[in-house]
Write a protein that binds this ligand. Structure first.
Ligand code: ADP
Ligand code: ZN
Ligand code: ZN
Length: 766
């Protein structure tokens, strides 16, 4: 038997598979998807079997072929997945081993390594051990025990346990040296260590809305969507259905019913949701319908949990996979349906190699496996809308089904746009316009709930000198530093460095550029909104803040949502992360503090992103019996994206936006690739990228629809002391920029100190 093996050596020079002979004793294990050890140019290398055959492959000298040395891990993917991986490698210009990695078992990667050139190669298995499920709690006599004066760690452990038991792993992570302290205390009988058994990765929640009760009647939109999905499933060739349903129209119910049908036919389903809306609420809805048949995969799970969930799918004991982007690669055998919820979300594009877009890979997989693909959103991407308008795309049909209404009594909220320039000239210097302040007080008086969103992506919350206009930047990354009011510090969110800094009116403030004392905060942060809210509202209103700072820990996100759910009257303040997926029927008011910060980003998708975000967050209001109200504060009230949200009329935005994209030849009317080059020495970076650019121009020549822009400095011209330049390449829809750009980068042979990344269908152009 012979095996075709892709070596795990990530270099553009190795773009194919190599053939090896399988020794008789390994034949049973050495199947497609297995990880194997082979020798390659006088060393040992790890590789993945992508094909096997009984005959020696053509042109192979059977006498000289090397044997497979060992099988390191059982199969993680099948023949179809291997084909999809090869397509990804070509499409996204990366080596095949990089395209195969997402398909491997989480935490089970094996590599060969040697300490120095003289040492032998050794295998390093990054195997995930069992999850530490030991809990530590105070024993009865714990209260009276007092550790020796110098037993600082024991003291710290006891203090931490005062507020309740903790997991050993958590203690060890937060209190260095606590493992031995716990052991000492346990010997004295002061603390107790107990094992608690739990299915790894199985989450529970108290959220009321985490149960998907089966509705009595489906809405007309839901019935139509299900019919279209059934047709796509039966066609069996990868047809795509875009479920274009307003927020709260019951898309999840459509997914659940569609999966039920697929399960009844003995097949499984992959469901992708954006990482941030992969909350207990979402998971609970799937669990309440499919129970233990559901596997959950996302990055907040520990390595062990992720492996357990993944393995349940491989073993065939779970047939519904719900997860973030990477769940697309789960080893589900008989896939009947792939669902991507919030299809427009830009987190579906992976920003490190392989730089794939989940929508495109899913479409390819669906075609390869002959199953249906469902894309759901209240604001479908312009790509999806345009393909549906065309009707067929990539050889399969693209159908849009609209669900314009919410079921039952729920109505779409009314949207009010407040022009903040008018507020300012009218003398209002507060974060809250008069209408928003009144509406918040009204919510407090009626004992209801509100959600306040701060559009933080962009340049909000930095310091700016009112005299010379200087904005403190990170000297290593050339990007504006974020000001943290409570800790009086400037933080670089690119490299994580921070500096102490006080802002005006503190007397010690000095502008780093001109020495002026008017270095003041510009834009607002969630903390400031929280503070001002506390002043505006009576004390008995719960204010819950949700942003990157308050959701660091594993369960924080869910805990805050549960608090909001349980509160009688509350305001949830947060960044973009609160815009998606939350379903709280008691929310009657949604406020957007600053709608337009994302409009000003230098990115052709800026308006689309702003529109999506506003429409999503507006959708959090009025999901119950009480009517909802949305108040949007903006300095740009006439922008089509803002007007479209106000009028609940997507056409106001989409038509103008599509016309502009067509004129400028931007996606969806072209493909846009970004070639980024970075390194410590600017001269090297320039030389390398200039060389790549020259080769691309040579190859492209006068070809219609191709355009090469640059090279120029990236907007983030320096990150972690690396100089960054880039080249933008536009090509026609249906062209294949991947192989061309890959060939040009290879031919330019970048020196060791310079990195080049090819990002096909780029989303992040900064
Ligand atoms: P979307 O994902 O489209 O924003 P959801 O799936 O969260 O909407 O549904 C919104 C709410 O409507 C949920 O509480 C859900 O249980 C409820 N719902 C869905 N379909 C129906 C129906 N046919 N009849 C009554 N309620 C429904
Ligand atoms: Zn930095
Ligand atoms: Zn200044």
């Amino acid at each position: 038997m012979f095996a075709s093996v892709v070596l795990d050596i990530a270099t553009r020079a190795l773009d194919g598979a190599f053939d090896y002979e399988v020794p008789r004793e390994l034949e049973a294990e050495c199947v497609v998807g297995a990880t194997v050890l082979v020798s390659f140019s006088h060393r040992e290398a790890v590789g993945y079997v992508v094909a096997t055959s009984a005959q020696p492959p053509e042109g192979l000298n059977a006498a000289r072929v090397l044997p497979v040395l060992r099988v390191l891990a059982p199969s993680a993917f099948d023949q179809v997945s291997a084909r999809v991986a090869f397509w990804m490698a070509r499409e996204y210009a990366c080596p095949p081993c990089e395209a195969l990695r997402p398909f491997l078992a989480p935490g089970q990667t094996v590599r060969v390594r040697r300490a120095s050139a003289d040492d032998p190669w050794e295998l390093v298995c990054q195997k995930s051990g069992p999850v530490d499920e030991r809990w530590v709690s105070l024993a009865e006599k714990g209260g009276s025990f007092s550790p020796r004066a110098n037993a600082v760690r024991q003291r710290a452990v006891l203090q931490a346990l005062e507020s309740g038991p903790m997991r050993m792993a958590e203690l060890a992570a937060t209190l260095p040296g606590s493992t031995s302290a716990v052991a000492a205390l346990a010997r004295k009988g002061v603390v107790a260590v107990t094992e608690r058994r739990r299915v790894r990765g199985g989450e529970t929640t108290t959220l009321k809305s985490a149960v998907a009760a089966r509705p009595e009647h489906l809405t007309q939109g839901q019935t139509e969507a299900l019919a279209a999905i059934a047709r796509a499933c039966d066609a069996g060739r990868g047809d795509v259905v875009v479920v274009d349903g307003v927020t709260g129209s019951g898309k999840t119910e459509v997914y659940l019913d569609a999966i039920e049908r697929v399960r009844a036919a003995g097949k499984g389903a992959l469901v992708l949701v954006p990482e941030i809306s992969l909350t207990a609420q979402t998971v609970g809805r799937f669990r309440s319908r499919f129970g233990d048949d559901v596997a959950i995969l996302h990055s907040r799970l520990s390595a062990g949990e992720r492996f357990d969930q993944w393995d349940m799918v491989r073993q065939g004991s779970a047939h519904v996979v719900v997860g973030a982007r990477s769940a697309l690669f789960a080893p589900l055998r008989d896939v009947g349906l792939i669902i991507i919820d919030e299809e427009h979300e830009w987190t579906y594009k992976q920003e490190s190699a392989p730089r794939y877009h989940a929508r495109e890979v899913a479409a390819r997989m669906a075609a390869e496996r002959g199953c249906a693909l469902v894309l759901g959103s209240a604001t479908p991407s312009l790509e999806a809308l345009e393909r549906c308008r065309e009707g067929t795309w990539g050889g399969v049909s693209w159908t849009r089904v609209s669900m314009p209404e919410r079921p039952g009594a729920a109505r779409l909220p009314t949207v009010r746009v407040v022009d903040m320039t008018e507020q300012f000239s009218g003398g209002n210097r507060s974060i809250f316009s008069a209408p928003l302040a009144e509406a918040l007080q009204d919510v407090a008086a009626k004992r209801q709930k509100a959600v306040l969103m701060l559009n933080r992506r962009g340049f909000a919350n930095f310091l700016m000198c009112r005299e010379c206009g200087a904005v403190p930047e990170c000297p290593h990354c050339s990007c504006a530093l974020t000001y943290h009011e409570r800790t009086h510090s400037l933080v670089c969110h690119t490299c994580g460095r921070s500096w102490p800094q006080r802002a005006y009116p503190d007397p010690s403030t000095r502008c780093p550029n001109c020495g002026s004392r008017y270095l003041a905060a510009f834009g607002v942060g969630t903390q400031r909104v929280e503070d001002e809210l506390a002043m505006l509202l009576p004390d008995d209103v719960r204010i819950i803040r949700m942003d990157a700072d308050t959701t660091r820990g594993k369960g924080d996100h869910q805990r805050l949502l549960e608090e909001f759910d349980a509160a009688e009257c509350a305001v949830l303040v947060g960044t973009q992360m609160i815009a998606k997926g939350l379903d709280f029927p008691e929310v009657t008011l949604v406020g957007v503090v600053n709608a337009d910060t994302t409009l000003k980003l230098p990115d052709f998708r800026a308006a689309e992103r702003t529109y999506d975000l506003l429409e999503q967050v507006a959708g959090r209001a009025g999901r119950g019996e009480e009517p909802g109200q949305v108040i949007v504060q903006t300095y740009w009230a006439t922008h089509p994206a803002i007007r479209a949200v106000k009028e609940h009329d997507r056409a106001l935005f989409v038509e103008q936006e599509l016309a502009e994209r067509r004129d400028g030849c931007y996606p969806p009317f072209s493909r846009l690739s970004n070639v980024v080059c970075w390194g410590r020495r600017e001269a090297d970076v320039r030389r390398t990228l200039d060389d790549v650019a020259r080769r691309v121009r040579e190859r492209v020549g006068e070809a219609a629809g191709w355009e090469v822009l640059g090279p120029t400095d990236c907007l983030k011209a320096k990150v972690k002391d690396r100089v960054r330049r880039h080249l933008l390449v536009k090509s026609p829809v249906g062209s294949e920029p991947g192989p061309l750009l890959d060939a040009c980068v290879r031919a330019a042979a970048p020196p060791r100190e310079v990195s080049v990344a090819v990002d096909v269908d780029a989303y992040d152009m900064m």
